[in-house]
Write a protein that binds this ligand. Structure first.
Ligand SMILES: Cc1cc2nc3c(=O)[nH]c(=O)nc-3n(C[C@H](O)[C@H](O)[C@H](O)COP(=O)(O)OP(=O)(O)OC[C@H]3O[C@@H](n4cnc5c(N)ncnc54)[C@H](O)[C@@H]3O)c2cc1C
Length: 392
């Protein structure tokens, strides 16, 4: 579980991620870890002028923040507590073969960088792919693949911010900071443990590193690091990448450029992908996908994790209900799949459009201020509506 960097902070929305938390009876644990003050927002102009600010009320629970690693540990522990063998780590699915009797055999490879004996194949009658943007399971349903949005985020990291990076600490406050320029943005997010993470986002070619002579000539600009196709920056090229980013943000205020200059991390480059919308496929017996595998989208609006969690609990209920009633599981999968796509397609469409608009040439309009309170109110309203439904 600690095998890869789990990344930054996430806001769990009242109408989706928190519904799933409640379903798993993890509200108390979530409340202990969540940071409602992390819902604060700050919007800056590229010259460092404060355009707008919202200080979150500590009692507001519309979308409190939690570190991605804390969330993952909390969810995994809740499953492993009931059955320590419920999760088998290190099983990278390499192939899925369908048999005439309707079963599937999963063949595993070694995880990147690992050698030795491969796990034994397993045969199952139901495959649910929660295997992210580059899902293998999705290939059994559709040949459609995610498309590059035209925007890449280079990740920044600051530890021990209070004493080591006081300027960064004061820029970000307790929550999020955005500084928007022409087709570019510097984004900071307060994490727990005196850590700040963020992104230097820009509209750029997919192989921008290679074009700047800073990556492997694999046509994409570096080495693929994880399931989200993150490009690792080679150590000897790190300062070159930093200089290139500083060049691209030369017109930003010095205190904002400090985000690039002071970042402790390796500045990994995350191209942002989204499935074309609307996405759908014909149901395949015994196969389903959830989360990014089904509907990876631009992280504008912070919906990806929230939808993935809701997809998971809804599908689990659908399968359990069918089993209890002795009904065909495939009919339940079909209904849950359609409900998931009906929900995710419009959200994906607007998230993908929002990132394109935000990073368009000349954009975004720095005078346009998001209505954070209206957004929080909407999540709370949607949550009430969801709870009053009976079809969970
Ligand atoms: C820069 C960035 C910022 C984001 N910020 C936010 C945010 O603030 N809020 C938010 O809600 N969302 C955010 N997202 C989106 C969010 O990260 C995803 O929507 C979310 O992680 C999806 O969860 P998932 O479980 O479906 O997929 P993933 O988190 O990608 O998990 C998939 C898992 O499947 C495993 N896997 C992949 N292939 C195989 C295989 N062949 N065999 C076995 N296992 C496999 C992977 O190792 C991984 O553990 C962001 C995304 C990016 C790129």
């Amino acid at each position: 579980m600690t095998s890869r960097n789990q990344g930054g902070t996430l806001d769990l929305h009242a109408d989706s991620g928190q519904i799933a938390i409640e379903d798993m009876k993890l509200q108390d644990e979530f409340a202990r870890l969540a940071r409602p003050e992390g819902q604060s927002h700050r919007l800056l102009a590229p010259d460092g002028t404060l355009i707008a600010e919202q200080i979150a009320d500590g009692a507001q629970f519309a979308a409190p923040e939690i570190d991605r690693g804390q969330l993952r540990t909390m969810l995994a522990d809740s499953v492993l507590g009931a059955d320590p063998a419920a999760i088998r780590w290190g099983h990278m699915v390499e192939r899925i073969d369908a048999a005439a009797d309707g079963s599937y055999t999963l063949t595993f490879g070694n995880q990147a960088g690992q050698h030795g004996t491969r796990p034994s194949p397993v045969t199952v009658d139901l495959v649910i792919g929660a295997d992210g943007a580059w899902s293998r399971v999705r290939r059994m349903l559709t040949s459609v693949t995610p498309l590059y949005s035209g925007v890449t985020f280079a990740e920044v990291l600051f530890t021990d911010v209070t004493s080591s990076h006081p300027g960064i600490a004061s820029l970000v406050g307790d929550g999020h900071m955005w500084a928007n320029g022409d087709g570019r943005a510097i984004i900071l997010q307060r994490n727990s443990g005196d850590v700040v993470r963020g992104y230097v986002g820009m509209r750029v070619e997919l192989d921008w590193l290679a074009r700047a002579g800073l990556g492997e000539s694999d046509g994409r600009g570096g080495l693929t690091l994880d399931a989200n196709a993150t490009h690792r920056v080679q150590e000897e090229l790190l300062e070159g990448v930093r200089a290139e980013l500083l060049r691209r943000f030369a017109d930003f205020a010095p205190e904002l450029r400090a985000v690039i200059a002071e970042s402790e991390g390796a500045l990994p480059s995350r191209p942002i992908y989204g499935m074309p919308t609307p996405t759908s496929w014909d149901h395949v017996a015994g196969v389903a996908v959830i989360g990014d595998a089904a509907h990876v989208m631009a992280p504008f609006g912070g919906n990806g994790v929230n939808l993935a969690m809701l997809d998971g609990v809804e599908l689990a209920h659908a399968i359990a209900r069918a089993a209890e009633r002795g009904e065909p599981v495939d009919s339940a999968l079909r209904v849950a799949e359609q409900r998931m796509l009906d929900r995710s397609n419009p959200i994906a469409e607007s998230s993908n459009a929002a990132i394109r608009e935000h990073f368009a040439s000349g954009g975004p309009d720095i005078e346009s201020i998001p209505d954070w309170e209206a957004e929080a109110e909407q999540w709370n309203k949607n949550a009430t509506a969801y709870r009053s439904e009976s079809n969970r």
